[in-house]
Write a protein that binds this ligand. Sequence first.
Ligand code: FAD
Length: 382
Amino acid sequence: MKTYDVVIVGGAIAGPVAAKFCAQQNLKTLLVEQFKVPREKPCSGIQFPYFEKIIGDSIPPERLCNNTLTKTEMRFPNGKVLQGKFPMINFMRDTFDEWLCLLAQSYGADFWDGCKYRSFEENDDGILVILEGKNGPETIQTKYLVDGTGMRPVIRQQLRNDGGFQKGSSGAALNYYFTADGDLEPDKLYQFWNIDFNNMMFAWIYNKTLADGKDYWVVGTGYDRDITKHLDAFFDHVKDLYNLKNVLVVKKEGYSSSMIMDGEDRIWLGDRNILMVGDAAGLIDLTRGVGMDAAALSGRLAGKAIGLAEKTGKPVIEIYERLMTQLVKQTRKNQQRGIMSFQDNQELQEFLDKGVMKMGLNMLVQARLNKLRSPEKQVMIP
Ligand SMILES: Cc1cc2nc3c(=O)[nH]c(=O)nc-3n(C[C@H](O)[C@H](O)[C@H](O)COP(=O)(O)OP(=O)(O)OC[C@H]3O[C@@H](n4cnc5c(N)ncnc54)[C@H](O)[C@@H]3O)c2cc1C
């Protein structure tokens, strides 16, 4: 039987970042991902410059989309339009996540793709992990187990048959990739704040590079019901607004979660030597509209917590909870401000009237301060 200090499940954002920082501290680390990489993942793939600082390595240009996003256009229920400039990192999750897994490997972690986590049991030596690899079942003995399996977290749900999740879907997202002629600008992120189009955050349009190396528009939204109906209505609105002609949809992708987004139990960091990172810890933030930065930071801090626990002999979960205090506080605060609590566009507009200028200003200030802060003290924006 093979033994590792740390087994990390989920080769996306949180998992590989945790694996990199564990391996960097000379912990014998195994990262497993159920699919062969590169694998597709429905996600807008947009982040901010401090994301790279948290990861601690520069993202190679060939892992990014052709178009850098530098501008935003926010449209509100009352028809007002707010234009802004802000540098963003733009990538596809298949190529990006593959790079992160290889990065963890370059720091010394073992990486097995096409390897599914099945179950664990605790024994006198620590934790016994059962995996299903290319050659059948594999049993691994480890001291620490990290769950980076996203919004349907497998280890979390085995460890704690908890609140935090519901049966079936709690909400879905849908994207259409298309080509068209018209007035859309490829370096702009378009956000439509309107409950008719999206009742979880904003509906979006942006430009992405697919595996064929060509650029496509993406129109997408999230809704807790009737997702196709809402996206089709939004797409029709977009076609009119930006004079889109010769529209050809080339790909559709969808995603659903069972996480109760406004549930009190959503954020949970684990128990004993089993740590939750990224979306598995409930760190996706619909108020900010992103989750990869929090996933990367939690992965980095989980790695640090394990290293410190090894050195000091203190319980790893206590160290991890302490390191995560700021991120958890910010995510909980935003959770309480989630737009699903708004009944209609009027309520949403009142919220935006009060909040948008403050949010924009805060974003600029925090982005500057983040340049001065250490990677572990980054404050998430917007
Ligand atoms: C439509 C959409 C758009 C988004 N846009 C953005 C955006 O623009 N910017 C942003 O920052 N965030 C965005 N997010 C949120 C972002 O996708 C998540 O916050 C982020 O992916 C979380 O990363 P993670 O590593 O925690 O988990 P995930 O990315 O969910 O990855 C989990 C991994 O675990 C693997 N796995 C699952 N079960 C097993 C198993 N049994 N064995 C082995 N492996 C397993 C999966 O295959 C997967 O690779 C978006 C989300 C959605 C749904």
